[in-house]
Design a protein around this ligand. Sequence first.
Ligand SMILES: NC(=O)c1ccc[n+]([C@@H]2O[C@H](COP(=O)([O-])OP(=O)(O)OC[C@H]3O[C@@H](n4cnc5c(N)ncnc54)[C@H](OP(=O)(O)O)[C@@H]3O)[C@@H](O)[C@H]2O)c1
Length: 290
Amino acid sequence: MQRLFITGGTGYLGGELVRQAYAQGWQVAATYFSHPPQVAVDDARLLWLSLDVRDMLQVEEALDAFQPDLIIHTVFQQSGPDLWSVTVEGARNVSAAAQALGIRLIHMSSDVIFDGEREGAYTEQDAPSPVSPYGAAKAAAEQFVTEHVPEAVLVRTSLIYGFTPIDRHTRFVLDIADGRNTAQLFYDEYRCPIFVGDLAAALLELAQGDYRGVINIAGAECMSRHEFGILLAQHHGRDPAQLSGSLSVDSTVRRPRNCRLDSSRARQILQTPLRGVRTVLDSHPATANE
Ligand SMILES: NC(=O)c1ccc[n+]([C@@H]2O[C@H](COP(=O)([O-])OP(=O)(O)OC[C@H]3O[C@@H](n4cnc5c(N)ncnc54)[C@H](OP(=O)(O)O)[C@@H]3O)[C@@H](O)[C@H]2O)c1
């Protein structure tokens, strides 16, 4: 039985990783920061640990105590005063400790490390060119990981969505559809959304192999934020006419517009299907109750 250390087990992706890894028989240690997990007790195969990734000593002690074969590092902050310390310095601490202890590392990165000016899709060979503070932090984190652990896997992914619980992108769309938010969805920002269950399964499959370096793992369908919103609203029984759109190019804040990821390498080496949004929504019962 292999030992897996999941940073950010209370997060959206981390929670799904914990569920799937546990079901597959991994020996799991999962970390939390501000949200202690809603579980009654640890059991012999699942250990919950409080961890602040900004504290190198805590990171080293937790890894040294659990002695994992593999770390999947999902922890990040998308914005705010802790963006850099958590996303960049946290990744530096985890990767330095992984290297010192000889532990294989899968690090989660993002499609927003690119400027989005590309006509086509970004491949694994493309170097980061961030235009937002979040993109810059994820790009700097990638660099630290590559420097500390040359054999690490860097997974670049796109918008992560799911159903139980629903993700923050779906919540945002439903809030607009229900009149709780007046935001507009961009017609000209393209992403390849990925179902959280597919992403977690792909990561655990990757964990079993010996792949190293960058790999894109995103959904099969690339679409605009507006189109994604329409599909989510329809699926959850809302009136898509409530969703209005605008152009990112007209926004006062510079944002990457085309973050299309080419995931053909992942499709070649992994059995896990990386389904497009329509295929996932068609396979999941529609609901108006969320
Ligand atoms: N979500 C997306 O659409 C998306 C898209 C592209 C890439 N990604 C990447 O995928 C990864 C997972 O994203 P996600 O949306 O699943 O994350 P998330 O739900 O926001 O979860 C973040 C996790 O980080 C933990 N955390 C925050 N500050 C911490 C600290 N100082 N020390 C230790 N843990 C801390 C949180 O713990 P508590 O909740 O207990 O505080 C939580 O478990 C990230 O690396 C992200 O960059 C996500």
